[in-house]
Design a protein around this ligand. Sequence first.
Ligand SMILES: Nc1nc2c(c(=O)[nH]1)N[C@H]1C(S)=C(S)[C@@H](COP(=O)(O)O)O[C@H]1N2
Ligand SMILES: [Mo]
Length: 422
Amino acid sequence: MRDPSRRDTFRIAAGLAAGTVAGAIPDLSAAAADARADEARRRYLTPGDEFGDVSRGDPVPHSLRGEALVKARLTPEAWRLEVVAEGKAKVPSPRRIDDGTAVDLATLAKLGEAKGVLFLKAMQCTNIAYPLGQGLWEGVPLREVLRLAGPMKEVRRVAYWGFHNDDPKQLFRSSLAINQVLDTPPGELPPLVAYRLNGGPIPLERGGPVRMIVPWAHGFKSIKWLRHVVLTNDYRANDTYALEDNDPESYLKTAAYIDDDEREATFATGTPAIIRGTAMVGWPGLDRVECWLRPIPEPAPARAAELKDDDPAWATATWKACRMDPPPSDLAAELPAGVDPARIWGFGRDGRPREWPMRYSLAPWSVTLEGLKPGTYELRARAVDRNGFAQPEPRPFAQRSGMNGIQARRIRIGDGPPRAGR
Ligand SMILES: Nc1nc2c(c(=O)[nH]1)N[C@H]1C(S)=C(S)[C@@H](COP(=O)(O)O)O[C@H]1N2
Ligand SMILES: [Mo]
């Protein structure tokens, strides 16, 4: 899977340089470096500080330090969560900051001992194609936190937001229908008030000490630096993203992405060309990933050209099934020390996933192309969901309800004739 910042690649390169005798040239082909970078990218869990970051604020909340951090209630000791009702909506025991009844981290962790949920979830922004990272999160269902305020009345929606430098313009808020919070179907994941990531506290950078995680939704529902939960009778989604023309109720789409799609992949003639990718397994599940390899007549343009929706090539495209990676064979080695895999949502008592690929997580795939003649090609990939819809269907909008356009990666076999435009 890809580290969006490409830090892996740099770190590997730096490590190798450090390990060589001063003055010696590292004995490493570009292909071997690529293979090692690939391996690092295909780690199952993304370290908390290596996710792609989507954060508002000036300064961003995770740049605060010292007293400013305490004032913002973003240290474990200072953190508090308000759970209140507004207007017609009522709760008997609101949890407020001003009267000292707000929920603290110890209370949340105590609830977690009885009701905690451990689950895998990839974070994906509705406006960025490639997922930002995948974590093993732990939290308490939001419905259990709401119970702390007592039986509610006249509630239709739950609105919530985090720390935002007390500047209304920096507010980033989200909301859920009350039934999405309370009436979790058996076997499904509820919205969670999360306080652990990859076996440790959620780092400040990822929205800690506490952030909301809505498993089935794009990132904008998963509010970082969570501080306020408000029960309301207002039926409208008041999400910040709704105001920006996004679809505030969109569920995660299932879509295949190609690793390093912007970079041309080059292979010597006669060697197998392995292309890797990552599928986001959304609400409708994933049946398979398919690829289409298209030779580009020489002289090929320097960059992959966009294939317009009405291009006749789509109609005659031949899509072939790609290989899905199985679950990591040594899953225990991929998990943080001390984590019992049997506790993870969707895993069986044997510590293996019951269903694969799993919803809300990343499914790595690959395709091996052999016997290709020297020349230039474009590889396209699409996911087919469990309802039989091939990406970009069922909603062929590239944006606003999740980016699921079909990606292309250029492949070059052999030296080939010179390129046009160079
Ligand atoms: N408080 C707050 N929460 C937030 C945001 C934000 O700007 N402020 N951005 C949201 C968006 S749009 C996304 S995609 C995810 C990104 O999560 P990440 O930075 O942990 O990858 O956080 C969401 N939660
Ligand atoms: Mo986002």
